[in-house]
Design a protein around this ligand. Structure first.
Ligand code: FMN
Length: 374
């Protein structure tokens, strides 16, 4: 019988479905709900040492609907990291581990470009018993104005230095979460892995403007008539996430075997998850999907992933992790493969192979006979 259980960086998850950092992991109540519903792990909303600097606005979301208006296909947010005091988070991390000792709880952390701040946040979260860290090098809006988040993640030198500080203090697994708003995601990923990160999480949201209101002429989401570019998520970003996860997986395979990959971006079903695992993911995170369908959604997702595995006789997710990476190649190689196939066809007579007696043609009779002889 197939099982969804996975072990990643020593962490034992009942299934590969992880709550991605964001509203679904924003306090102890909702994190507890996630564990009760059976999520494999929870990454809490990103925390920083001084929440007084975090001031959110309303509205902070904008949705893109399908043409019939029934489905949300894209979601923009200009939400910041957690605005709850760090002391409160320390209490809730501790309580969470008391209430759910087997639940895998990962703290998502962010700080300014100061070694002492990163070491302090690592040590204080670690003391609360969290099981792992995700380093937020990827928040695309608001935080970069303070030289944090994506401002660090798009600069491999800074990223490598910060990961080095964290690895000097962390005693638990560390994943570095990448921004997709770079030309080559391999560059910051390589810097984080070289500096010792156990794994990569990819991707955070894509910088976006969700739309312009044609009555008011104001871009959205409109806050007092103005806006700022936000982060795009949900189903619409899945193809971009698949491409970037594939690129990071190839990097891990060739340069950092054994390091892990947590895929994120538009996952809404167990079949989406199967695609990301086929491209090299160990775990699959869901953020906007939980906001659209609720915590209970993990159950159908597990069923769908299991049904995919049973169809192909895969016993564990590890059995098919990265299995589809072998089918990526260069365009030049595609051209060569196609030319080779065509010339082989020509050499075999350029005519159809005889499959039934009705296929014999007088002109190609000798070549057709020859083809059948090989
Ligand atoms: C409203 C909202 C808030 C988010 N907040 C955070 C955050 O605090 N830290 C973080 O690392 N990612 C944050 N994200 C990004 C998600 O974790 C995820 O990387 C991204 O949304 C793509 O996945 P999805 O399509 O499953 O949502 C947020 C996303 C949304 C939609």
């Amino acid at each position: 019988m197939s099982t969804l259980a996975v072990t990643v960086d020593g962490l034992k998850l009942p299934n590969p479905f992880v709550i991605g950092s964001g509203p679904p992991g924003t306090n102890l109540n909702v994190i507890s709900k996630a564990f009760k519903e059976g999520w494999g792990a929870v990454i809490a909303k990103t925390v920083s040492l001084d929440a007084s600097k975090v001031i959110n606005v309303t509205p902070r979301y904008g949705k893109l609907h399908s043409s019939d208006g029934k489905e949300v296909i894209g979601w923009e947010n200009i939400e910041l990291i957690s605005d709850r005091p760090f002391k409160l988070w320390e209490e809730e991390f501790k309580k969470c581990k008391d209430l759910h000792p087997d639940g895998v709880l990962i703290a998502s952390i962010i700080e300014e470009y100061r070694k002492d701040a990163w070491i302090e946040i690592v040590e204080r979260c670690q003391a609360c018993g969290v099981d792992g860290f995700e380093l937020n090098f990827s928040c695309p809006h608001g935080l970069p104005e303070r030289k944090m988040g994506a401002a660090m993640g798009e600069n491999p030198d800074i990223l490598s230095e910060v990961v080095g500080w964290v690895m000097g203090a962390a005693k638990i697994p560390v994943w570095a979460k990448m921004t997709p708003n770079v030309t080559h995601i391999e560059d910051p990923s390589r810097a984080a892995l070289k500096a010792g990160a156990n794994g990569i999480s990819a991707i955070n949201t894509i910088r976006s403007v969700i739309g312009v209101n044609l009555d008011t002429l104001r871009p959205e989401p409109s806050v007092e008539g103005y806006t700022t570019p936000g982060g795009y998520s949900s189903r619409a970003i899945k193809p971009i996430a698949l491409r970037m996860v594939m690129e990071v997986a190839q990097l891990i395979r060739s340069e950092f075997p054994g390091r892990t990959l947590s895929a994120i971006g538009g996952v809404e079903s167990g079949f989406d998850a199967a695609e990301f695992i086929l491209l090299g993911a160990d775990t699959v995170q869901v953020c906007t999907g939980v906001m659209k369908f609720g915590y209970e959604h993990v159950k159908p997702m597990c069923d769908q992933l299991l049904s995919f595995m049973e169809k192909h006789k895969f016993e564990t997710p590890a059995d098919f992790k990265g299995r589809s990476l072998q089918y990526f190649t260069t365009h030049a190689d595609l051209v060569k493969r196609q030319a080779d196939r065509k010339s082989a066809q020509k050499a075999s007579g350029g005519s159809k192979v005889v499959k039934s007696d009705a296929d014999w043609t007088g002109g190609d009779f000798v070549k057709q006979s020859d083809t059948l002889a090989r």
